[in-house]
Ligand binder design. Structure first.
Ligand code: IVH
Length: 675
């Protein structure tokens, strides 16, 4: 009698395996990692072995692969395309070697060929008298799909065999693995993301999806590649070893993997595995293990096969690079620049030999696009072997108690408001003294083009913040000599130098001060623009978003950023304390005091080193007005190359005309470094 709980478990496994089989083979869109599928299959096989009465004719364990899609023509393989038994650890591989030697009654070492196990899809390509006549997928091993039209679009597959080295065989069925190189896979997904199409979860699915296109033009646009690793029916050529096959195929123009190697005995084979595992990260394509094959074809024949797998070969799989786990929580981390990054906290799971329990979810859009919710089961992978990422949600496993993630409205570190500026993907903390950002902010505050505090380098900032001496910009102006002198690599003298520098920095300009505050989106240039427009800090701090956007060059994003920044009480307090400490600036010059006040410039023709807009911006900053047409009000025309009618008109009106060189030397005089 089969216990009820076991019967139920087997039933559930069968259902799940059917569903995932369909996703994988029919839709080319698997939902769970292979490793998870394999585990379910193994558990089912285990149960069926223990209770044979559980086996039903339609059990997934009774069928390998799925029927080919109806739309392609079905073709029979004259020699079945076998699949490989898998081994996952050294013990299983040693056991394979023992079995081989036992069956062959051999004490001596067996010669194997080790090859990378490419992660793509198997294909058989028939050449008749050197011409490509058919390409077929493996399908269920006995029948596959005719994908000749698609195969012909792949550059790495010759349409005609090279015949300069060996006599052309009447027939050569070459077998190999079609795959998509990682670089091409990334580009394809990037493009699909832009077009709003679903992304492929890994290069293998992308390769399979690309090959099984009814429209071969789509296949042609995909970066597919191939390595050949064996033959089916061959007429007019004979081989004695597998190695010979691998060395012969390239002579016909059929490429084989250059990392294949002869391994004498199982020890060498295990060394080969370890070497390939290391190489895995460096290769431009994905490899999911190695394949060991008995080299001698005579011995292969002697060993034969069992349930569609040869006894003379085994795949030694690498640790899976994709696994399934559950999202327990989504937390938010605040980066150096104030950007808030959502991070998935997951049930720890081993991926490629490392335990993964966290993965960045990048930003709110990404969470929405992948529809990730707290409590969801997800596929995680270690992209490029290092940084873990969530590939997709396993929606069929979604329970009723999952909950969507809501971005916090205040910074988890300092409590300041969090904003998402229009057009930006990320949320930011707007706190001027947020500890998460403090070190970077102070470095920026002290930098040359901001407050210019010479000597306040990274090491020093780190110590000042870590020791709690500086919690915001204003604290810099209250540092005492002994506090600084006691820090690492400091002494009285260097401490005094720093204090002198800090003192000196108090006398600054409004644009520098604004830039130093590190207001998101407000760089040096925009700091200059708003400073000039408002003349003083009070007016700027009081301006509403609308009047800010009225300023040339200030868009809604910047206006919003300025407003949010100055509305934050913490920020206002730091500014107040900075001024109290003595930070001051001379009011920016009024327009009438500027050197080009009263001038009206018109530009015509091309300037050698700048655009016309840049030139206009410079003279406007120097107090001049600009116009597009020459009129009586015009005081100066700058005539560059190919100047046209404006130049004629200026001459007629007797207006001053400048060559680009003369213009540049004038503005250089006033702006110094600017041009
Ligand atoms: S040999 C009898 N060699 O792995 C040997 N297969 O599970 C049959 N594969 O369907 C295949 N790289 O898609 C062989 N170097 C390699 C391979 C390889 C990848 C795939 C192939 C095959 C599957 C077997």
């Amino acid at each position: 009698m089969v216990p009820e709980s076991i019967r139920k478990e087997a039933e559930r496994l069968r259902e799940a395996l059917h569903y995932h089989n369909y996703r994988y083979y029919v839709l080319d869109d698997p939902e769970i990692p292979d490793a998870e599928y394999d585990r379910m299959m193994r558990r089912l096989l285990e149960l069926e072995a223990q209770y044979p009465e559980l086996v039903t004719p339609d059990s997934p364990s009774q069928r390998v692969g799925a029927p080919p899609m109806e739309a392609f023509e079905t073709v029979r393989h004259d020699l079945p395309m076998l699949s490989l038994a898998n081994g996952f650890d050294e013990g299983e591989i040693r056991e394979f070697d023992r079995r081989v030697r036992r069956m062959l009654k051999m004490d001596a070492v067996i010669e194997y060929v080790g090859e990378p196990k490419m992660d793509g899809l198997a294909i058989e390509i028939r050449y008749e008298n050197g011409l490509l006549t058919r390409g077929a997928t493996r399908g269920d091993g006995l029948t596959g799909e005719d994908v000749t039209a698609n195969i012909r679009t792949i550059g790495a597959i010759p349409l005609r065999l090279r015949g300069d080295e060996l006599p052309m065989p009447r027939r050569l069925d070459a077998r190999g693995e079609i795959f998509m190189p990682i670089e091409g896979f990334k580009k394809l997904n990037e493009q699909r993301r832009k077009e709003g199409q679903p992304e492929f979860s890994n290069p293998r699915n992308a390769a399979a999806g690309s090959l099984r296109q009814l429209d071969s033009r789509i296949t042609a646009s995909r970066p597919l590649d191939i390595y050949f690793y064996g033959v089916g029916v061959v007429d007019g050529l004979s081989f004695e070893t597998h190695w010979e096959i691998l060395k012969t195929l390239p002579k016909f123009g059929l490429k084989t993997n250059p990392h294949a190697r002869i391994c004498r005995g199982i020890e060498e084979a295990l060394t080969y595995y370890r070497e390939m595992l290391k190489l895995r990260e460096e290769l431009p394509y994905e490899m999911d293990g190695i394949v060991l094959k008995v080299n001698s074809l005579a011995l292969q024949r002697e060993l034969g096969e069992v349930s569609r797998s040869p006894r003379w070969a085994i795949a030694y799989k690498f640790p899976a690079s994709q696994e399934m786990t559950q999202i327990l929580d989504i937390i938010v981390q605040v980066g150096r620049t104030g950007v808030l990054t959502p991070v998935a906290v997951m049930r720890p799971v081993e991926v490629e030999g490392a335990v993964v329990s966290r993965a960045t979810l990048h930003n709110a859009d990404e969470i929405e696009r992948k529809d990730i919710r707290i409590g969801d089961w997800v596929i995680v992978q270690r992209a490029g072997g290092v940084i873990p990422e969530v590939v997709q949600v396993v929606t069929s496993k979604r329970g009723p108690d999952v909950r969507p993630f809501k971005f916090p409205e205040t910074c988890p570190v300092c409590g300041s408001p969090v904003v998402r500026l229009p057009g930006e993907a990320s949320h930011r903390c707007m706190g001027i003294s947020c500890p998460a950002q403090l070190k970077a902010k102070i470095r920026h505050f002290a930098s040359k083009r901001a407050m210019d505090i010479d000597g306040l380098g990274q090491k020093l900032v780190e110590q000042l913040v870590d020791k709690g001496l500086v919690k915001d910009f204003a604290d810099l102006y209250h540092l005492r000599l002994e506090e600084i002198a006691n820090l690492e690599r400091m002494g009285e003298k260097s401490a005094q130098n720093l204090l002198d520098e800090i003192e000196k920095s108090k006398q600054t300009t409004l644009p520098r001060f604004l830039y130093a505050l590190g207001i998101p989106l407000v760089g040096e240039h925009l700091a200059q623009v708003v400073a000039e427009h408002f003349g003083g800090l009070e007016a700027l701090m009081a301006a509403d978003e609308e009047s800010l956007t009225e300023i040339n060059e200030i868009g809604p994003q910047v206006a919003r950023s300025l407003r949010t920044f100055f509305d934050n009480p913490q920020n206002r307090e730091v500014i107040r304390r900075l001024r109290e400490a003595g930070v001051r600036w001379t009011p920016p010059k009024k327009t009438e005091d500027l050197p080009l006040a009263g001038e009206v410039f018109v530009f015509t023709g091309a300037l050698p080193d700048m655009t016309r807009d840049e030139a206009k911006a410079i003279v406007e900053r120097l107090g001049a007005q600009t116009a597009n047409q020459v009129s009586k009000k015009t005081t100066c025309v700058v005539a560059g190359e190919k100047a046209g009618s404006k130049l004629e008109k200026a001459k007629a009106l007797g207006i001053k005309i400048l060559t680009p060189e003369a213009f540049l030397s004038i503005i250089r005089k006033y702006t110094g470094e600017q041009t």
